[in-house]
Design a protein. Structure first.
Length: 369
């Protein structure tokens, strides 16, 4: 898309004031950039026909999103993954830099949140590699910082091949190949178990958020969004700048908004998060996907064992790690399960930490000392 002339922030603030200040415009790390640099922090390619369709159906999308509150009466009226019973299941906000890799950040954040939330493990060190997602999986599809990408093909890759942890391929905001990817990455990875396309289905979006913790969502960004500093965003002024992918972490029917995690650092928005009105800018109606489960294959961070459980049934031995929660102990060979159980019981009694190698929810190896 062509780069627009920057908007006048003073005029934007006057427009917001006339509208009753629905949200706050402020100077931040993004407004201090040039317009060309700002656009590079997007990354979802926009098709003109899709844009026209979204614009034409804007009022219908708003009505559908607001109606979802009554259609999903079994769901809570508000959900915020940052505060579930006083616990925060989100991972830290990141910064994609001057590369159109937002799809990797929105998708990876969703995977991190889902694995934490469904297992109720808010302290699990889930830090997956946006570099692997974009510069390996995306590159294989001909995608670059300049072209951006879409969440659907990335979710297919995340399901079928997996995405490694960040320490096996740290992110830098520039086009690159996979030469820096640790060759052992198949033994340190996360895989999407299942994903759904929830585009144009706000009830399904809410249900996936409330059940699994987060959803991947794309929307159209207008120039005024760059200066967002808080409140419930609705487009007020400026031209279309491009498409963007984020991670939805909640919603609030009373405010008629979604709660989202962005990838522009902590200095932007509400400490890296933002609220956006139902139906706004195609947020529910353009490449919106749920992630229904994430499996791990990796050595987990050393941790104490807080609980052990078993009964008379074979292959029914479980351990509770302070960071990971409940995991099954293999279950293939009873003698092996018994040996691991004895090692973990001794570590639990001594209060020492152990290393656990997890594969799809089961402990396959134990390192105790």
């Amino acid at each position: 898309m062509p780069v627009n002339e920057p908007i006048d922030l003073a005029e934007l603030r006057a427009t917001l004031e006339n509208a009753g200040n629905p949200w706050r415009s402020t100077s931040n790390s993004i407004t201090r950039l040039t317009e060309e640099q700002r656009v590079k922090r997007l990354g979802v390619p926009i098709d003109e026909a899709e844009h026209t369709e979204l614009m034409a159906a804007r009022d219908q999308h708003i009505e559908a999103a607001q109606a979802a509150a009554s259609q999903a009466a079994d769901l809570p009226a508000a959900f915020d993954l940052r505060n579930i019973g006083g616990l925060d299941y989100t991972t830290p906000v990141k910064d994609q830099g001057t590369c159109g890799s937002c799809v990797a950040f929105g998708t990876v954040a969703t995977m991190e949140h889902v694995v934490r939330y469904i297992d109720r493990a808010p302290y699990l060190p889930a830090d997956f590699s946006e570099a692997h997602a974009f510069f390996v999986h995306g590159r294989a599809e001909g995608r670059t910082c300049e072209t951006g990408w879409l969440p659907e093909p990335l979710l297919e890759k995340a399901r079928d091949a997996g995405i490694t942890f960040d320490d096996y391929f740290p992110y830098t905001p520039q086009n690159q190949d996979g030469s820096k990817l640790n060759p052992d990455w198949p033994n340190r990875r996360a895989n999407v178990v299942n994903w759904t396309n929830d585009t144009n289905d706000p009830v399904a979006i809410k249900r996936n958020i409330a059940t699994y913790g987060s959803v991947v969502a794309c929307f159209e960004v207008y120039q005024d969004f760059f200066s967002y500093g808080g409140g419930v965003y609705r487009h007020q002024s400026g031209e279309l700048a491009g498409g963007h992918c984020v991670c939805l972490v909640g919603y609030d029917d009373a405010q008629s908004c979604w709660i989202a995690k962005n990838s522009w650092g902590l200095d932007w928005g509400e400490q890296g998060f933002f609220r956006i009105g139902y139906g706004e800018c195609g947020i529910e109606s353009w490449h919106t996907c749920g992630v229904q489960g994430v499996s791990l294959r990796a050595w987990l961070a050393d941790q104490r064992i807080l609980g052990l459980w078993s009964n008379e049934a074979d292959a029914n031995v479980w351990a509770y790690g302070e960071l990971r929660g409940w995991l099954s102990l293999g279950g293939n060979v009873a003698a092996t399960d018994s040996a691991m159980l004895a090692e973990l019981a001794a570590s639990k009694s001594a209060g020492t930490k152990v290393g656990l190698f997890e594969d799809s929810g089961s402990v396959r190896q134990v390192y105790a000392w």
